[in-house]
Design a protein around this ligand. Structure first.
Ligand SMILES: *Cc1c(COP(=O)(O)O)cnc(C)c1O
Length: 514
């Protein structure tokens, strides 16, 4: 038996689909409809402006069904993916996605959902969103969630827009959002997009932001702080409550980037930390395949004070105080058991629409399925296992990569980070280490992030991996650390279909046409 998954198997050469076809080939056959050509009375240009009428055939692939199936199946085998390998990217939560979630998301009534279907016909869909909101409120202690933001960063943007509007309506022009140097890159970016100026504050030893540093940076111009907890070093911000107190005393808000929610979900409520707003990356914490920037949902939760600022529309329940649209049907019925879920827009200070329709529902449905399949009693084990797995990797790798753990004392949360000191001793750079891992059959961890850790290697195992997978990965790191030759590392990966690529070239000279 091979020690590591490695990469072997069949790799085929593959032409572009457009080059595989030939004129007139189709993938389907439809019975003859009995009509002979167009039955227009006049020429087309009598109906349509001439400039819109095509006079050359569109350049579309004309291929058979087997050609298409083989093409995409072959292409998929060139890629490392979560269904074939351990995918320890840090700061991303690339967890294995149970297939039951996919099954739910591909049910006909979900897959074929038309965004303009009248609410009476999509009551179960609206119920899912309504109930999911309640679950998230319970897990966080916040007052209400909006599912409109379609990515984590979109949730951040929406949250900051809310803060902006809150102060605008109060007639205060606070400009600053404090952002610790441990924050995710999207945090300062969202601040700028929402019209604020991000001001960086330094984390101290151990990668933790101290209340003292926040105190130094506080002023009347500060609208809020954006804090990721656990932060991007995988360390819990122990001073969070003191920090929140300083902010609240100053009339400012505490925004938490909740992309790392899987580190404490079910065990701690963010409301107890003093958080006012949070986005939960449903596509990370609650599974959903999201490699390559695929569809997401950055559900945004807020405290009571900010409920009226959330994006519209939202799902309300007719005849229920607070969620009432005022357009109740059957209002005079005494028996109000038959309440309708509604799409309502009656939020007094809403920042407006963020999504063309309600939300990225297929992602919400997957996340909801993940939560329900675990159940209320087990949801806490997600964070317990995620933290346990990360600390297992941290402890084992600390022995192998000696002197490379910048946060040696103490435990990590859901992810751990190493610098390149140990691998440099056998002449390897972080990128070479990462590329070598591919030949052992593992997707590389996140590298060179966080920026302030030299040659950073950041690993998030997640709760879905078994100890034997983690051991295989740890053994691969061990072999690389003690046996890898520079000459081989420079040329790795060598077992893949496509070897080492020039990563700069594609950025500098993008080619969008074949
Ligand atoms: C992934 C991530 C984000 C951004 O989320 P997207 O869904 O990719 O927009 C923000 N903050 C942290 C800490 C993250 O890990």
């Amino acid at each position: 038996m091979a020690k590591f998954p490695g990469i072997k198997g069949l790799f085929f050469d593959e032409n572009l689909l457009i080059k595989q076809g030939s004129r007139g080939v189709t993938g389907i056959s439809i019975p003859d409809c009995g009509l002979s050509g167009p039955v227009l009375k006049k020429k087309e240009n009598a109906y349509i402006n001439k400039k819109y009428i095509r006079n050359i055939r569109p350049k579309l692939p004309e291929v058979s069904e087997p050609a298409v199936v083989r093409h995409f199946t072959r292409l998929s085998s060139w890629n490392m993916c979560i269904d074939s390998t351990f995918y320890p990217l840090g700061s991303c939560t690339m967890k294995y996605n149970p297939k039951i979630n996919e099954k739910i998301a591909s049910l006909d009534n979900i897959k074929n959902l038309h965004p303009l279907t009248p609410v009476q016909a999509i009551q179960p869909i609206l119920k899912i969103i309504h109930d999911f909101n309640e679950i998230l409120c319970e897990l966080t202690g916040l007052a209400e969630f909006s599912f409109a933001p379609q990515a984590g960063a979109a949730g951040e943007f929406a949250g900051l827009k809310i803060i902006k509007k809150y102060f605008d309506l109060k007639g205060e022009s606070r400009k600053i959002i404090l952002v610790p140097d441990s924050s995710h890159g999207t945090n300062p970016a969202s601040s700028v997009l929402a019209g604020f100026t991000p001001v960086e504050i330094k984390t101290g030893t151990g990668g933790i932001l101290s209340a003292g540093e926040v105190e130094k940076a506080i002023s009347e111009d500060v609208a809020g702080i954006m804090i990721t907890n656990p932060n991007t070093f995988g360390v819990f911000e122990k001073d969070i409550r003191n920090i929140a107190e300083i902010m609240h005393k100053n009339g400012s808000f505490v925004y938490m980037d909740g992309a790392n929610f899987n580190a404490f979900v079910g065990n701690v409520r963010v409301s107890d930390m003093g958080i006012d707003l949070i986005q939960l990356n449903l596509h990370k914490t609650f599974s959903t395949p999201h490699g390559g920037g695929g569809p997401g949902s950055g559900a945004l939760g807020v405290i009571e004070t900010l409920k009226e600022y959330l994006p519209v529309p939202y799902v309300g329940l007719s005849g229920k105080g607070g969620h009432n649209s005022g357009k109740n049907k059957g209002n005079n019925e005494k028996n109000s058991n038959r309440r309708l879920y509604e799409l309502t827009e009656d939020k007094k200070y809403s920042i407006g629409r963020l999504a063309p329709f309600l939300c990225n529902f297929a992602v919400v449905a997957r996340a909801y399925a993940y939560l329900l399949s675990l159940g209320k009693d087990n949801i806490g084990s997600v964070s317990e296992l995620a933290v346990l797995n990360a600390n297992y990797v941290k402890k084992k790798l600390r022995e192998i990569l000696s002197g490379s753990d910048p946060f040696e004392e103490g435990l990590c949360m859901h992810e751990c980070v190493f610098n390149d000191k140990a691998i440099e001793e056998n002449g390897l750079s972080t990128v070479e280490f990462a590329k070598l891992l591919i030949d052992y059959g593992f997707h590389p961890p996140t590298v060179y992030f966080p920026k302030n850790i030299h040659g950073a290697i950041m690993i998030e195992p997640t709760e879905t991996e078994s100890v034997s997978t983690l051991d295989d990965f740890i053994n691969a790191v061990k072999e690389i650390r003690f046996k890898a030759k520079k000459s081989k590392a420079e040329r790795s990966p060598q077992k893949t279909k496509v070897g080492r690529v020039n990563e700069v070239l594609a950025n500098k000279h993008p080619i969008f046409k074949y």
